[in-house]
Design a protein around this ligand. Structure first.
Ligand SMILES: [Zn+2]
Length: 230
């Protein structure tokens, strides 16, 4: 299957928004002590509202794999046995079938409670809630991983998709929650700001215009950008 999204002449080839609503100048370059691994459902790639790619755009260490019902990506298969990484499956607590696998997260210890000398890697299922349930059920290679279950205090600010359940965070918001959990408040804020800027520009582009008034998030990211290049 061709997973390259459709890009029109009028779209920016990097952020994929209309050129008049391009957000590339706001994209932060985030360095983190943790890594993200996106297991993306094939239908997500073509969605302009997909936010998993915002994580990969901001955190260069992010790995992105396409999920398949029948096989595991060989590179992912190899990575899952890498002794230098502690993988976590990030999955909502509502699915009580996996309750015994839910472990408390700490930067300093392994899920077993031993002191850690590995890097934490969060596997995010970049999919709708219904797809995510199916992905977990049909991916036996995820069965041995400890589950990190988020119970976010804030509701999603994501208004782009209709029909979604309000208490489910989108993929980029989940990643920001995890950065918070890792003690990286500044990084979490950068990702939330970029997500906000994306949402704002996406909605404007859908109405055929750019953003005329600079938001607080745009201002913060611009400062960050200038701070980095100077
Ligand atoms: Zn762009």
């Amino acid at each position: 299957m061709d997973e390259t999204p459709d890009v029109n002449e009028s779209d920016c080839k990097d952020c994929r928004l209309l050129k008049i609503a391009c957000i590339c100048q706001y994209r932060p370059n985030i360095t983190s002590a943790v890594e993200f691994c996106l297991l993306t459902h094939a239908t997500e790639y073509r969605k302009p509202t997909n936010t998993g790619r915002l994580i990969a755009d901001c955190l260069a260490t992010t790995h992105v794999y396409t999920w398949s019902r029948t096989e595991i990506d060989p590179e992912l298969s190899q990575q899952l046995t890498n002794p230098h990484y502690q993988y976590w499956l990030v999955y909502p607590a509502e699915d009580s079938v996996h309750a015994d696998r839910i472990k408390p997260f700490s930067m300093l210890v392994e899920p077993t409670g031993q002191a850690i000398n590995k890097k934490h890697v969060f596997i995010l299922l970049d999919a709708t809630w219904q797809q995510a349930v199916k992905m977990v059920r049909k991916s036996p290679y995820l069965n041995h991983l400890p589950i990190l279950s988020l119970s976010p205090a804030c509701l999603s600010q994501y208004h782009l998709r209709r029909g979604g359940q309000a208490h489910h965070l989108c993929t980029a918001e989940v990643a920001a929650e995890l950065l918070d959990l890792a003690g990286e408040k500044a990084n979490a804020l950068l990702l939330r700001d970029y997500f906000h800027v994306f949402s704002q520009h996406y909605l404007a582009a859908r109405s055929g215009h750019g953003i005329k008034v600079e938001s607080e998030q745009m201002r913060r990211l611009t400062k960050e950008y200038h701070h980095e290049i100077n």
